[in-house]
Design a protein around this ligand. Structure first.
Ligand code: ADP
Length: 180
C-alpha cells in the first residue's frame, strides 16, 4: 500500500491556477449533463476552446453523472478534452461519493485508451455542485492513485486547484512531492 502510494504520488502534481493554460495531453472538464457549457471551469474551457468544442459537444447529446466522454480541443493547448459530469451534492446519501470517484476513474481510463499520457483535473463538483471540498479531495486523490497503479499509460496527473481552500487540502494529501 505504501509503495503504491509513493509510486502514484510521483506521477501526481499540484498546481494552483487556471486549467485552460496547462501543457497537458488532455484536460478534464467538469461539465453538466447537457454538455452544452455552463459557468465555472466549464465556461472557462469553452471560452478558451472556441465554438468548435461546443459544436462537437452538441453532437454527443449529453452525459449522465459519473460518466465521461472525449472530444477534440478546439483552440486549447491540449490534444483532447474529457468531459465528465460530477454529482450534485445532495447531502451524501444519493451515491455522490461513488459517482465522484467514477468521474476520476472513467476520465483516466478514457485518456489511457486514447494513449494520452498527461492529464489535468479540476476539482470536480466542488463549485456550483456543492460537494464538500475535503471529502471531494480525498476521493479524487485516492481514486487517481488507485487507477494509476492499474494503468501504466498515464505518466502525469495534474490536480489544478483554482481556489486556495482546495489547494490547501490537496497540499496536505501529497506533502512529499509538493515543494514549499
Ligand atoms: P461543478 O459544477 O462540478 O461544481 P464548477 O466549475 O462550478 O463545477 O467548479 C468546479 C471547480 O472548478 C471549483 O473548485 C472551481 O473553483 C474550479 N474552477 C473554476 N474555474 C476554473 C478554471 N479556469 N481552472 C480550474 N479550475 C476552475
Amino acid at each position: 500500500m505504501l509503495n503504491f502510494l509513493i509510486m502514484a504520488k510521483a506521477k501526481i502534481e499540484l498546481i494552483r491556477g487556471d486549467i485552460t493554460t496547462l501543457p497537458v495531453d488532455v484536460m478534464v472538464n467538469a461539465a453538466n449533463s447537457s454538455l452544452l457549457g455552463g459557468g465555472g471551469v466549464d465556461g472557462a474551457i469553452h471560452r478558451a476552446a472556441g465554438p468548435a468544442l461546443l459544436e462537437e459537444c452538441r453532437t454527443i447529446g449529453g452525459c449522465p453523472a459519473g460518466e465521461a466522454v472525449i472530444t477534440g480541443s478546439g483552440r486549447l493547448p491540449c490534444k483532447k478534452v474529457i468531459h465528465t459530469v460530477g454529482p450534485v451534492w445532495q447531502g451524501g446519501g444519493q451515491g455522490e461519493a461513488a459517482l465522484l470517484a467514477s468521474c476520476y476513474r472513467k476520465s483516466l481510463l478514457l485518456a489511457a485508451e486514447a494513449g494520452l499520457t498527461s492529464i489535468a483535473f479540476p476539482n470536480i463538483s466542488t463549485g456550483v455542485y456543492g460537494y464538500p471540498k475535503e471529502e471531494a479531495a480525498n476521493i479524487a486523490f485516492k481514486t487517481v492513485a488507485g487507477v494509476l497503479e492499474e494503468t501504466p499509460v498515464i505518466k502525469k496527473v495534474v490536480f489544478v486547484c483554482f481556489d486556495r481552500e482546495n489547494y490547501g487540502l490537496y497540499e496536505k494529501l501529497m506533502p512529499s512531492v509538493t515543494p514549499g
